[in-house]
Ligand binder design. Sequence first.
Ligand code: ZN
Length: 112
Amino acid sequence: MTELHGGCHCGKVRLVLRDSVSEVSECNCSLCRRVGGLWHYCGPEKLQESGSAVAYRQGDCSLDTWHCEVCGCVTHWTAVDPGYDRVGVNMRMFEPEAWQCLPRKFVDGASF
Ligand SMILES: [Zn+2]
């Protein structure tokens, strides 16, 4: 397990990820393709977020996608349902060394 420290461009939203990241996911759903996120999925206890991220709740109301209110960077998503124990972390908020050489998995979110 590694501990990664990252955050948005202006530094207002900070992320600490305590997990092993072996691949990153690119999703083609209507939101992800606009955001351009590279996602790591993990249990919510592995991601610590501090700052003042703002949620955007998607049309189907299942996910909150969080972004910095100042610089606009999309940092992560969380499930609206507290019983769903997955979050998505945008690996682009961390230094490129943490993710740029990892295999990329294509997620066909547009078909869900
Ligand atoms: Zn920011």
